[in-house]
Write a protein that binds this ligand. Sequence first.
Ligand code: NAD
Ligand code: WQD
Length: 337
Amino acid sequence: MNILLTGGTGYIGSHTAAILLELGHQVILLDNLSNSNSNVLAKLKTITGYQIPFVHSDVRDTQTLQDVLKSHDIKAVIHFAGLKAVGESTEQPITYYSNNIQGTISLLQAMQATSIKTLVFSSSATVYGEPHYLPLDEKHPTHATNPYGRSKLHIEEILSDVAQSDPEWRIISLRYFNPVGAHPSGLIGENPQGIPNNLMPYIAQVASRQRSQLNVFGNDYPTPDGTGIRDYIHIMDLASGHAAALDYLKMQSGYIAINLGTGQGYSVLEMVKAYEHACGHEIPYSIAPRRSGDIAICYANPALAYDLLNWQASYTLDAMCASTWKFQQMLHQNNTI
Ligand code: NAD
Ligand code: WQD
């Protein structure tokens, strides 16, 4: 099947492209390169043997999208394109709503105009807000606490309305928990610009001595070691979840939101320990104040993904850390930092 991946040169898109090609699909990547680099295409060629078609465009350019959907005979779209930094979204809400919401509306218009009505959307566990109970299942009330999260929530509502309006639409929102890790080749992974917002890339930069120490945001949470607990999921598991979602949509129309997580939470200090094991040396850290807006504990109930998609996470925490470390070392070797 020919599949368009918006935001396809990004972290999750590039790994999903690799998995889909492995499964025999054709993929076309579209990205405005605002948070990724086109050199990922050469890396994907090394990994998969394919020169993947790439369109350098913004998803808000509806006409280009429409042309791409038609000319590549696309059958389904995975919509990764969007901005994702929570802090930045509070400073630039208009930019976030424009990229994320306007971008999605533009995509939906192009898909409707070309009668391509199968869509997988990158949502986030952030739509649950402060947990009322754990683990988080899809019935948990939604409540976003920042413009980024609200953009995801609004998009989910839009997608649900669209599917209700026309029975031909087949749409899944995948609510990702905390994606980490890298492709086993070490060629592609997460390499954020500037100071990393997220834990795993930050630890990786401390491990490779680009940063002197990790700041652990709070050790007074109601958790066994006082640090925040999250559901980290290996990027290759997350990527294969998209293939499973597309398979499901072959049989099922309508709209549904599904968690992609492992069901297992790890604390910040457990992550530090696991990474130390992977890289073979100590990760210096100090305890800093809590980060505003953080919650204590968040992990998924992944049962729905298992029941409907026949998917479950299989990679261990050690594999997440080892692949991140391999990618980080290869970045250094290639002087691409
Ligand atoms: P990423 O930044 O690596 O990838 C997103 C890609 O979209 C980038 O390549 C960027 O250049 C592109 N992009 C952004 N705005 C665009 C636009 N208007 N037009 C075309 N391209 C555009 O991020 P990622 O981690 O791969 O995330 C992919 C999706 O998954 C995002 O929608 C994100 O919100 C969502 N998500 C990510 C996480 C996470 O922790 N990584 C968690 C939950 C959900
Ligand atoms: C994990 C834990 C921090 C950095 C964010 C977004 C969410 C989703 C995934 C897109 C927390 C602690 C972190 C550091 C630390 N993205 N931490 N020192 O906050 O669960 O989720 O990314 O949808 O929307 O909010 O992930 O990796 O930032 O933090 O101590 O330098 O690590 O306090 O407990 P988070 P994270």
